[in-house]
Design a protein around this ligand. Sequence first.
Ligand SMILES: [Zn+2]
Length: 400
Amino acid sequence: MSSTTADASTTGTTVITNIASLVTNDPSLGDGSPLGLIRDAAVVIDGDRIAWTGESREAPATDNRIDAAGRAVIPGFVDSHSHLVFAGDRTQEFNARMSGRAYSAGGIRTTVAATRAASDEELERNLTRYLDEALRQGTTTLETKSGYGLTVEDEARALRIASAHTDEVTYLGAHIVSPDHADDPAGYVALVTGEMLDACAPYARWIDVFCEKGAFDGDQARAILTAGRAKGLHPRVHANQLTYGPGVRLAVELDAASADHCTHLTDADVDALASGATVATLLPGAEFSTRAQWPDARRLLDAGVTVALSTDCNPGSSFTSSVPFCIALAVRDMGMTPDEAVWSATAGGARALRRTDVGRLTPGAYADLALLDAPSHVHLAYRPGVPLVRRVWRRGVRVV
Ligand SMILES: [Zn+2]
């Protein structure tokens, strides 16, 4: 890196120039592909926004200049699915699963107990630790959920803490039936759609439900999402992860922004996704960490479905905050091309959050971008496990 550096003290406009390849996600730019790839490119930042993108030699004059020295620049990742308000970890459970040993601890219930016992400060420290970890790996927009409190007070607390750190907050009181209501699931649904919803709605943008055998069935999920919508929350759904089921079709029917997991899909599910605005968010960290069957991204893409890629970062089934890792898995095992995977982890994530101001590097969008220590975005899959994110700007401020 040479010349000046756009950090918190930089004023005026800044150009990042000598970019070997720039992913804009604007197909009207550059090579005309969905990535809108521009070779020998420059990008101009003005305040918290992108002011200009194009070829280096056409860049306008600016106050500051950064030389990318032939590296690639991409939009910051938009991780539209995580569960980061929690305490404790589940190392022993993971170790047993990966070692082929039986393990009878309580799964999500273990995290619920630890989260309830934690102080506000401990939960917040944990959350900011993982947000920082994600930022260092290029994630500039991150959604996160409640779901490890499962009481009115603990769910509202989780969302209050999350909302201090991200705009994309999801109420997931319907993660599992609370252990306190093990014999009365209907009573728990009444709580989730009643008093708990009232306490949580002020802190959340989204409502989510784990629609799965052993969690909530289609009728319960419909009641939960409909109640949330009446309080101004927009639906998203944990759907078709472990088995076939009604989650995906319910998501499309209710115009959910996203159906997440989408691992077990019938042709009717794929057709439904292709017909609506609901994004299929694939979370390969979960399949990796549970040695489960991969979702078939190729089938969805070939049917015309919009696909997002996210981490599902959580202490039980996918304890990674690395979007580049998920990109590598999606390319290696889910039939995605490197271009598709990078699009899905940036523009796709933005679609899954119904955002047009992130996930793209076009004038007016937020100046959220990552400089890779590589000449091309393809290296994110080509060089798995290598920390290629060298610099990160969020809202025009260099944060990494
Ligand atoms: Zn999840």
